[in-house]
Write a protein that binds this ligand. Structure first.
Ligand code: G3I
Length: 353
């Protein structure tokens, strides 16, 4: 059900003073940093802006290589601050991410020993990591991205993942879900990936789910469509096909990392002003939220999370032509609040006109 009375002309305050979280019956969340890498979303944005959302996810502080930076040594401060803020403000928390090839904990892998010994070295450390982290936040986190990005953009499994290399196959994915379920049987367990709307990758993800029997035997609950999209791609039709594909498998579907690359994947280093994109961004968010609103109403998606709060902190400033270059900054404008934390024209497109 959507807030029937809310309407807002583009570019004007809605007259009910409604916030994003008021518009949908499903959670509207944002990725936040809680001090890791020198950024604190709570101090930066304050309760008023954070109050637009009713769900949070950690941008980085809950990733394996960050939260357990060496064996047996955990950096709990930022994750505890995040779940504490959420509890204090009645917000839900998504967990991100237990097993991933990036920001993995290097100490969980070894080059020493036989293939079986290398696998057991990593398997045992995965089990301990997942059990420890999921147990700690059992009462705070309602769903986890258990495995992130295990499918390659070139087709099949991401065989250069340290997890795939340690195991010699994709069975690490089954272990990850088994250990997360054992740690918290009530938690919703997600597989999360990007480019899920690419038909070939979508098909590979379906095959992974079926081949590994992740739903029937390993407690997979849902699919996270990261939704790092741009002004032109993917089409609404492809988004709908993707949502339907996984809904029809009996999975929950969430939009987990929504942002819009205004440069459309361009390799150009030229920085364009936001004014170049304002109208197109508003139109794009409008058509996306029309689609998501309909799917939320039909129960086909259960949450929408944006990958950030405002344009002053976005990974896309360093994403140039599909490559993350931390040393290069090309100002992007992917979110619903501008770099000065003001509502953008796109913000008002969330509303049901
Ligand atoms: O801030 C430090 C800087 O002080 C230091 O000099 C520099 C040295 O490399 O690192 C900077 O931290 C960077 C951090 O982003 C800043 O926010 C890290 O290097 C960099 O690794 C980190 O990147 C994160 C990226 O995941 C890692 O792959 C991004 O913040 C984060 O937004 C991004 O999020 C991922 C999701 O977890 C999974 N889906 C894709 C999404 C985008 O890549």
């Amino acid at each position: 059900m959507f807030f029937a009375g809310c309407s807002a002309d583009s570019g004007t305050e809605n007259d009910q003073g409604l916030k994003l979280k008021d518009v949908y019956s499903i959670p509207i969340g944002a990725a936040v940093a809680a001090g890791e890498y020198g950024w604190d979303s709570f101090d930066t944005y304050g309760d008023a802006l954070m109050g637009e959302f009713d769900s949070l996810v950690a941008e980085n502080c809950m990733k394996a290589g960050v939260i357990q930076y060496s064996e047996g040594n955990f950096s709990w401060t930022a994750p505890d601050r995040l779940v504490g803020y959420a509890a204090e403000h009645g917000m839900q928390v998504r967990g991100h991410a237990l097993v991933w090839h990036t920001q993995a904990a290097g100490w969980m892998f070894t080059d020493t020993g036989t293939a079986a010994e290398k696998k057991e070295f990593s398997r045992s450390r995965m089990q301990t990591h997942i059990t420890t982290v999921v147990n700690r936040y059992e009462d705070d986190i309602y769903c986890w991205d258990v495995v992130n990005e295990a499918i390659s953009d070139s087709g099949g499994y991401r065989t250069d993942s340290p997890w795939y290399l340690a195991y010699g196959d994709a069975s690490y994915i089954q272990n990850a879900f088994d250990y997360a379920y054992a740690a918290d049987p009530d938690c919703k367990l997600y597989y999360n990936d990007y480019n899920v709307c690419v038909p070939s990758k979508r098909s590979d993800i379906v095959s992974m789910i079926e081949d590994l029997d992740l739903i029937g035997s390993h407690h997979l609950t849902g699919i996270g469509i990261q939704a790092h999209w741009n002004l032109n791609w993917p089409s609404i039709a492809e988004i709908q096909t993707t949502i339907d594909t996984f809904h029809d498998m009996g999975l929950e579907v969430q939009i987990t990392e929504l942002d819009i690359d205004c440069y459309n994947g361009s390799t150009s280093l030229t920085v364009n002003p936001y004014s170049n994109y304002e109208e197109a961004l508003a139109t794009r968010y409008g058509e996306i939220f029309d689609c998501l609103r309909q799917n939320a109403e039909e129960g086909k998606i259960t949450a929408i999370t944006l990958w950030g709060v405002a344009d002053d902190h976005t990974w896309l400033d360093h994403m140039i032509g599909g490559e993350y270059i931390s040393s290069v900054t090309r100002k992007n404008y992917p979110l619903l609040f501008d770099a000065d934390h003001n509502k953008k024209q796109a913000y008002f497109e969330v509303w049901d006109f």
